[in-house]
Design a protein around this ligand. Structure first.
Ligand code: ADP
Ligand code: 2DT
Length: 212
C-alpha cells in the first residue's frame, strides 16, 4: 500500500436513532480536521439494483423475501470495488447502515435464521468500527411519526432491535453501543472520539473480511 488506508466506519441503529444526522456530522468533522472522508449509505438507491430495492421499500412493487434480501446484499457487493479503492486512497468511509441492517431486517421476518441471512454478506469489507445508536422506542417516537415505507411499524422495529442485540454478541465485529438519547452534540462527541481512535489503529492494518 502506497499510503495509509482510510477507515471503514459504520453507523447502525433503529429508525430515527440519528444515524444520518451523525454520519453527516462525522464526515464534516473529519474533513475539518484535514482528513479525506466520505459518506455512503445502504441501500444505495441510485444504482439499478438500488432502484428495485427503493421501489420495494416504497411499496410500489412486491418482491419475494429471499429475493429482496439477496438484492440488498448485491447492492453492497456492487459497491465493493469502489469502497476498496477509496479506502486504499486513504479516504475514510462513514456508512449509514450495512450488512447488519440487512440481517436484522430480514431475520425479523418469519422463518429466516440469522445464519441464512448472514451468508451472502460473508467476505464484505469488514468495518473497523460499528457504532450502534441505542434509543428506546418511546424516545424514537418523540422524534416523529413513522413514514409509509415498508418495515416502518413499531412491532416490526421491536423484532429488528432484538436481532441487532443478537448480532452484537458476535465479538469478531468491533461493536460500540452509543447512547443516542442525548443531544446531537453529545452523541457526536463520542462518535468522533471513537472514530479518531480507530482511524489511527486501522491505517496500518489490511481491510478485514466480514464474518470470515
Ligand atoms: P435515522 O437516520 O437513524 O433514521 P435521523 O438522523 O434521520 O435518524 O434523525 C431522525 C430525526 O431525529 C430527525 O428529525 C433528526 O433531526 C432528529 N434527531 C437526530 N438526532 C437527534 C438527537 N440526538 N436528539 C433529538 N433529535 C434528534
Ligand atoms: P433508509 O434508506 O431510510 O435507511 O431505509 N434494510 C436496509 C434492509 O432491509 N436490508 C438492508 O440490507 C439494508 C441496508 C432498513 C432503508 C430500509 O431498508 C432496510 C430500512
Amino acid at each position: 500500500m502506497s499510503c495509509r488506508r482510510g477507515a471503514l466506519i459504520v453507523l447502525e441503529g433503529v429508525d430515527r436513532a440519528g444515524k444520518t444526522t451523525q454520519c453527516q456530522k462525522l464526515v464534516h468533522a473529519l474533513q475539518q480536521s484535514g482528513r479525506a472522508a466520505e459518506m455512503m449509505r445502504f441501500p444505495d438507491r441510485t444504482t439499478k439494483i438500488g432502484q428495485l430495492i427503493s421501489s420495494y421499500l416504497e411499496k410500489k412493487s412486491n418482491l419475494e423475501d429471499h429475493t429482496v434480501h439477496l438484492l440488498f446484499s448485491a447492492n453492497r457487493w456492487e459497491m465493493v470495488p469502489l469502497m476498496k479503492q477509496k479506502l486504499e486512497q486513504g479516504i475514510d468511509l462513514v456508512v449509514d447502515r450495512y450488512a447488519f441492517s440487512g440481517v436484522a431486517f430480514t431475520s425479523a421476518k418469519p422463518d429466516f435464521s440469522l445464519e441464512w441471512c448472514m451468508n451472502p454478506d460473508i467476505g464484505l469489507p469488514k468495518p473497523d468500527l460499528v457504532m450502534f445508536l441505542q434509543l428506546n422506542p418511546n424516545m424514537a417516537a418523540n422524534r416523529g411519526e413513522f413514514g409509509i415505507e415498508r418495515y416502518e411499524t413499531s412491532a416490526f422495529q421491536r423484532t429488528v432491535h432484538q436481532r441487532f442485540e443478537e448480532l452484537m454478541q458476535d465479538s469478531s465485529v468491533n461493536w460500540k453501543v452509543i447512547d443516542a438519547a442525548r443531544t446531537i452534540e453529545e452523541v457526536h462527541k463520542d462518535i468522533k472520539l471513537l472514530s479518531e481512535d480507530i482511524i489511527s489503529l486501522a491505517q496500518n492494518q489490511p481491510v478485514g473480511e466480514l464474518w470470515r
